[in-house]
Design a protein around this ligand. Structure first.
Ligand code: BJW
Ligand code: ZN
Length: 252
């Protein structure tokens, strides 16, 4: 059943000059991609994801960390975008078609937004699909089957690591700058499916709000920002976003 949405929210979706969106792992949950904090199941259950997603973990045990990321890469390869990804791609097209600006910023490493048709996606935490040699920095797109050796090696002999951003590492500067510009320039900011605890990404919500944007938070759980959002919708993004779109664009 479609829930009633605040008329101001529907109006903001239809008329905002610049919509910026920050997504997190929750957006991909309904595609079967485990959220970051739920990514360790089965044989991996005894590890803490925050301990594996560090350069120190890779230095200490490159085989273990490379295996974890390669398993996640192969599992994401079997996933397809869900209705939440598709809805965000639609809002982007609609906003651009009416002459507005739209910026999609993601913390996700699965590229399901791009698979759903979103364009110019800003990837703050890199991607599982590109691996990089720790010696010569050569990047390779890895779309094939599971690696046969862990860690795999570059032609120069160096170890290949996933092209994601680990705790303690700097985010890609250009991507972060673009994201911060959008957060401070937009008049509507959507925070979707993120626990909002990992910085600097989580800080974008406050930056947008301080710069005057109205903020929508969509998450089945409370987040540190829910109380400060202009609108807070509790539920799965794959259900709420299509309903929101249909309410905004078919009830005019
Ligand atoms: C649904 C749903 C459904 C479920 N629908 N929703 C300031 C203050 C405090 C600490 C720091 C700070 N600045 C920096 C730090 C340190 C650190 C940090 O933030 N630590 C905190 C944990 C305390 N940050 C960093 O280290 C960053 N680097 C940095 O700042 O560098 C500075 C520097 C400058 C110059 C030189 C050198 C350094 C790097 C952060 C990198 C984060 N990387 C990861 C791993 C990527 C690879 C991988 O996937 O393994 O990115 S960590 C992990 O968290 C991943 C995610 O992108 C990120 C965010 O998680 P996300 O997306 O929010 O997922 P979850 O699982 O946490 O939450 C899912 C949500 O979905 C939940 O809320 C559910 O309820 C919801 N959900 N189903 C909608 N159907
Ligand atoms: Zn190399």
């Amino acid at each position: 059943m479609t829930q009633p949405f605040d008329a101001d929210l529907l109006d903001a979706l239809r008329s905002a000059h610049h919509i910026a969106v920050l997504t997190g792992a929750g957006v991909s949950a309904e595609s079967g991609v485990p959220t970051f904090r739920d990514a360790l199941t089965g044989l991996w259950a005894r590890y803490d994801p925050a301990q594996l997603a560090t350069p120190e973990a890779f230095e200490r045990d490159p085989e273990l960390v490379a295996r974890w990321y390669d398993e996640r890469r192969c599992s994401v390869a079997r996933c397809v975008p869900n209705a939440g990804h598709v809805a965000l791609a639609q809002v982007q097209r609609q906003t651009i078609d009416r002459g507005g600006a739209f910026t999609l910023i993601t913390q996700n490493v699965d590229r399901l937004h791009q698979a759903a048709g979103s364009i110019d996606v800003i990837e703050l935490h890199g991607t599982l699909w590109v691996w990089r040699c720790i010696d010569c920095d050569m990047e390779t797109e890895e779309r094939g089957p599971a690696f046969s050796a862990f860690p795999s090696h570059c032609s120069c002999g160096g170890l290949k690591r996933p092209g994601v951003v680990w705790f303690g590492e700097e985010l890609p500067r250009h991507a972060l700058l673009q994201a911060q510009r959008a957060a401070t320039a937009c008049d509507l900011f959507l925070s979707i499916g993120t626990s909002s605890v990992v910085y600097p990404a989580a800080g974008l919500i406050d930056q947008a709000s301080r710069a005057g944007a109205r903020v929508l938070d969509v998450n089945p759980q409370e987040t540190p920002y829910s109380g400060r959002a202009t609108w807070s919708l509790r539920g799965a993004s794959g259900e709420i976003l299509p309903q929101l779109l249909s309410a905004a664009f078919t009830a005019e």
